[in-house]
Write a protein that binds this ligand. Structure first.
Ligand code: ZN
Length: 461
């Protein structure tokens, strides 16, 4: 088994090339299905940039950020799935994380998925963007390459160690529970012409905006449990909402979904609890959250209640079939602003930090599209349960479409995979305008491509 060395990662950060020769070696016996949960601490060090560098950097830690995942062995080459308490993993940096996991598990990157939970007091990881920022010399960091390399090395150690303790998976269970008063649609305030007037964000002090209806959401928290007989080994929870109660105070936290997950972990230490943020590009807690500090725990308790309800609904059934599918898409970058404009914005010292770092993210996306590196969508299908891995800030409509396409199957959606394109609105959102559309890095045709990709993943063989 080859190592993804610190040198290779730093080289990738500096020269923006993928390390070569990372193919895994270990093959697993296929007669029995086994699962190997793993976790590492990915809390950034003091001074690390948060959310792209335009909010206060890390000064203290309220609670740790983690990367938690599992390796599934015995159904062809190993499959690796992981959730990370970061804002995002983008472009080649997303592929680097998947490659590191795949290498440690003895499989290929197309059989590895990593999704972010999307907390904002956390790294927004794109080493290509970081390189563009570094060229300027005066901009705050967004992902420190040394820290990223350190995380990947510890991740690989944790995965190799976990595989030596893999546990049989004989049964799979799914269940859902309604979460009350957490998710609300951000794009609720439109004028007579159907244009967005203002956004209801993660927290909202505007009473009139909070009074408005919840809007289109998915109120269900879905849980999939991998079981060894009656014993739940890994519980994966899926719920669609931006995960912030408040942020921008320089204090690292896993925020309210992380606190719910951690409470569950503490109460059921024999089961690894993983939380995935679903398609939540246009979903946040704003209707129910005024941003006061006490709301963090209140929102955590509401998520926890949904987890407990979903858990009650779990009925383990024998594993009959396991299937991993992938679908590649490469949506076009939007034409405007042009690359030259973005380059000018990045180096214009009269602009704000966000006015310079955000164009760096968009330029990195444009360059990535030009390089031909696709976005890989994936799904893990066990019996009639589909765990779908979607990219970036996909709108809730994609999740609802996936469930509709899935028919009678239990479809659990994790979004915030490859974050390169930023927001992924649906077609009708473009003429409405609003924040999400203004920072959607793809052309409108992304809707067709993503929807077609979802259809391919959910096609019945
Ligand atoms: Zn977001």
């Amino acid at each position: 088994m080859t190592d993804l060395s610190r040198r290779q990662i730093l080289q990738a950060a500096g020269a923006a090339v993928m390390p070569a020769g990372l193919s895994g070696a270990a093959s697993q016996p296929s007669e029995s299905l086994r699962i190997a949960p793993f976790r590492i601490d990915v809390t950034p060090p003091q001074g690390h940039g948060c959310c792209g560098g335009w909010i206060r950097p890390i000064e203290a830690v309220d609670d740790t950020q983690e990367a938690i995942g599992y390796v599934l062995l015995g159904a062809g080459k190993p499959v690796v799935v992981c959730a990370v308490d970061w804002t995002g993993l983008l472009n080649r940096t997303h592929l680097l994380w998947r490659t590191a996991m795949a290498d440690a598990a003895g499989t290929t990157p197309d059989r590895a998925a990593v999704q972010c939970v999307h907390q904002h007091n956390a790294p927004f990881a794109c080493l290509d963007t970081q390189r563009l920022i570094d060229e300027q010399g005066d901009l705050p960091n967004t992902m420190l390459p040394e820290f990223f390399a350190d995380c990947l090395q510890r991740l690989q150690v944790a995965i190799r160690e976990a595989i030596t303790k893999a546990v049989p998976v004989t049964h799979i269970a799914s269940g859902s529970g309604t979460v009350r008063e957490v998710a609300s649609n951000r794009r609720i305030n439109l004028d007579q012409d159907g244009r967005i007037i203002s956004m209801r964000g993660s927290s909202c002090r505007d009473e009139a905006l909070r009074e408005m209806t919840e809007g289109l959401i998915d109120p269900q928290l879905r849980t999939v449990a991998f079981c060894n007989g009656e014993q739940k080994i890994v519980c994966c929870h899926y719920y669609s909402v931006h995960p912030m109660s408040y942020y921008g105070d320089g204090r690292a936290s896993s925020d309210f979904p992380g606190l719910a997950r951690k409470r569950r972990q503490q109460e059921f230490p024999g089961t690894t609890q993983i939380y995935f943020t679903g398609a939540a590009g246009n979903i946040a807690a704003g209707k129910y959250n005024d941003g006061s500090p006490e709301m963090r725990q209140i929102l955590a308790d509401r998520i926890y209640a949904g987890m407990a309800l979903a858990d009650k609904a779990l009925t383990p059934r024998p594993v009959e079939s396991v299937d991993w599918k992938t679908a590649e898409i490469l949506p076009a970058a939007r034409a405007v602003p042009a690359a030259e404009t973005l380059a000018e914005q990045i180096s214009d010292r009269t602009r704000s930090t966000v006015g310079r770092n955000r164009p760096a993210f968009e330029l990195a996306w444009k360059q990535r599209v030009e390089s031909g590196l696709p976005i890989v969508l994936s799904s893990l299908n066990i019996n009639d349960i589909c765990m779908l891995h979607l990219p970036a800030e996909s709108f809730i409509e994609y999740q609802l479409r996936a469930q509709q396409i899935g028919g009678d199957r239990f479809v659990a959606v994790a979004a915030y995979g490859d974050g390169g394109p930023w927001y992924i609105p649906v077609r009708p959102a473009w003429p409405q305008g609003g924040y999400e559309v203004s920072v959607a890095f793809s052309a409108e045709t992304v809707d067709d491509e993503l929807t077609a990709g979802i259809r391919r993943l959910l096609a019945v063989n």
